[in-house]
Ligand binder design. Structure first.
Ligand code: SAM
Length: 264
């Protein structure tokens, strides 16, 4: 049990000062700093001044041609190229490490919303927020959810580096396939630590740094070309600790790393 709020809407806050928002015409306005956040196509925009972020990988995440094949082909094929993981194994990991968590949940960097819908089945759709920087991904997530009648899921555009969430409001954060794309992973983890209620869980799937020297130059070239990061266990454990999170598990499957942590 955590002290998390119950619904995604209750958890929303100004991404700049983390203070509450009030409804104003078709927008949400911060009661402290007065910044206003609008919605387009059913998706709140909490990063109106941030068009995108640098890097080839993120350009792919915003390309309609990739987005249209992302969930069915692109994501499973890429994951299988570097690890034995399949969607059903990812789901089992998530189920296991969310434990008995309740309350509002964030699918951080939700892409087309596969895990947003999954979390909604577990926690109830009103409890779940899917957040991403890519408008194209979010529109597809919204379309897919609506196509199966899931109108109570909330989708919003925003940055992992400035979460539009009240401090201590969330019961859980899931972030699959994305930490390596964030420009500042320790800051994103600090934001997750801030947003979680005591006892709340963070479950993540990302990419591991190659163990051998031989693969390192390839990794570095790929990293520079695509603006992608690769992680070592020690660094992740350190960043989690600095964010007030206790690592519960860290499992490597090929080049992919699954890990789970709990807010102290
Ligand atoms: C590979 S997709 C993962 C989607 C989904 N979670 C999954 O497991 O299939 C990575 C997502 O991270 C999003 N992303 C990248 N940088 C971000 C940032 N700074 N803040 C929020 N989302 C970001 C991209 O737009 C993209 O949709």
């Amino acid at each position: 049990m955590t002290t998390a709020v119950r619904s995604a809407h209750e958890a929303l806050a100004c991404p700049t000062c983390h203070d509450p928002l009030e409804a104003e015409a078709a927008a949400l306005r911060c009661v402290s700093c007065g910044r206003s956040y609008g919605a387009r196509g059913g998706i709140w925009d909490f990063a109106p001044d941030l068009a995108s972020q640098p890097g080839l990988a993120q350009r792919f995440m915003e390309a309609p041609a990739i987005v249209s094949i992302y969930e069915r082909w692109f994501r499973p094929t890429l994951t299988r190229l570097v690890s034995p993981l399949r969607y059903d194994e990812e789901e089992r990991y998530l189920e296991r490490w969310l434990g008995a968590t309740t309350g509002a949940m964030l699918d951080l960097a939700c892409g087309t919303g596969r895990y947003t819908r999954w979390l909604g089945e577990r926690a109830g759709d009103r409890a779940v927020l899917g957040l991403d920087l890519s408008r194209a991904m979010l529109l597809e997530a919204h379309r897919r959810a609506a196509a199966v009648g899931r109108f109570d899921l909330t989708f919003a555009r925003g940055s992992a580096l400035a979460l539009p969430i009240t401090s201590g409001a969330l019961g859980a954060v899931c972030s699959f396939g994305a930490l390596h794309l964030f420009p500042d992973p320790p800051l994103a983890i600090a934001e997750i630590g801030r947003a979680l209620a005591p006892g709340g869980r963070f479950v993540c799937l990302t990419v591991a740094r190659a163990p051998s020297g031989a693969l390192r130059p390839l990794e570095q070239a790929f990293s520079r070309a695509a603006s992608l990061r690769f992680f070592e266990r020690d660094a992740l454990t350190r960043w989690l600790g600095a964010a007030g999170l206790e690592a519960l598990d860290l499992t490597q499957q090929g080049a992919m790393l699954l890990f789970a942590a709990r807010k102290r």
